[in-house]
Design a protein around this ligand. Structure first.
Ligand SMILES: NCc1[nH]cc(CCC(=O)O)c1CC(=O)O
Length: 315
């Protein structure tokens, strides 16, 4: 392709690392690539995300794309609103990193080793609800800021621990400070956590094909589709925090041939007796081509189990 490909990115260390992987992959095909930094309201405000709303990190990038200031934009997939945006195409979902959440605690402690009353920082209603439902007597402290700012609260002794996405820590080179990678049995990640979403303008077929043939990963797209379909269906029916994790598993068909299926686990919070929080959980298996339907079916099951009795945005 003879034109220079302009990739829009937020300026944070994490965003630059994520965009850098896409830029490198495109450069490896011989393309000429330029990075354009876009500041978003989410970078300027320090208000809690549930207050300023989902989309704070993504709308400014999409506006720059639609104004033709850039040709490609890269998001953390989990930060994208579930509602599709007119004029914008999801051109690639690259192979995802480890989707799990991670604990960074003082003195190398694991979750089970933190004494009751320990302070754990997170701004995520999903992480808060799941930590509470573990019944460990932890005190959850709302925090915000970039990954380095959050980690500093542990090194400075202000908090006993923080919970962050493993993928983000790996991308900025701080994964070795993780003291425990949380098992999805205890902590289901956010839908599409660890995955990137690479968008271009609808109709920009050169770019769409280039992205589709260089950085798209079919398996990641399928698991992210299942997780996001679950989130979208629950957003429509409730406002509880939601966790989801889909994985590709090998199974046998009726004739005994090995086939790939998607296994999906989901959780959502339910309020019991005032402020006590419980989580409902469910899981299901489907053909890899039925990812979207699988997400919707599991969401319906969670709603039947009582998901949605809690107020606050799903994130
Ligand atoms: N909401 C902030 C955000 N968006 C993406 C990541 C990490 C990378 C990812 O999950 O893909 C993070 C930080 C975190 O949750 O620890």
């Amino acid at each position: 392709m003879s034109r220079v490909i302009r990739i829009g990115t937020r300026g944070s260390k994490l965003a630059l690392a994520q965009t850098g992987t896409i830029a490198d992959a495109l450069r490896a095909t011989g393309a000429e690539v330029e990075l354009v930094t876009v500041t978003t309201p989410g970078d300027k405000s320090s208000a809690p995300i549930p207050t300023i709303g989902v989309g704070v990190f993504t709308s400014a990038l999409r506006e720059a794309l639609l104004r033709e200031e850039v040709d490609v934009i890269v998001h953390s997939y989990k930060d994208l609103p579930t509602k599709p945006e007119a004029g914008i195409t999801l051109a690639a979902v690259p192979r995802r990193e480890d989707p799990r959440d991670a604990l960074i605690a003082r003195d190398g402690l694991t979750l089970g080793e933190l004494p009751p009353g320990s302070t754990v920082g997170t701004g995520s209603p999903r992480r808060t609800a799941q930590l509470r439902s573990l019944g460990l007597g932890l005190e959850i402290v709302p925090i915000r800021g970039n990954i380095d700012t959050r980690m500093r609260k542990v090194t400075d002794g202000e908090l006993d621990a923080v919970v962050l996405a493993r993928a983000g820590l790996a991308r900025i080179g701080r994964a070795e400070e993780i003291t425990e990678t949380l098992d999805p049995i205890q902590m289901l990640p956010a839908p599409a956590q660890g995955a990137l979403a690479v968008e271009c303008r609808t109709g920009d077929v050169d770019i769409e094909h280039l992205l589709g043939s260089t950085v798209d990963d079919e398996g990641t797209r399928a698991v992210a589709t299942a997780e996001r379909a679950l989130l979208a269906a629950l957003e429509a029916g409730c406002s509880a925090p939601v966790g989801a994790l889909a994985e590709i598993v090998e199974d046998l068909d009726a004739e005994g041939r090995v086939i790939e299926r998607i296994s999906l686990r989901g959780t959502a919070a339910v309020e019991v007796d005032g402020d006590a929080v419980d989580m409902v959980r469910a899981s299901a298996l489907a053909d890899i081509r039925d990812a979207e339907q699988l997400g919707r079916t599991l969401a319906a099951e969670l709603l039947d189990l009582g998901a949605g009795a809690l107020s606050g945005p799903a994130q």
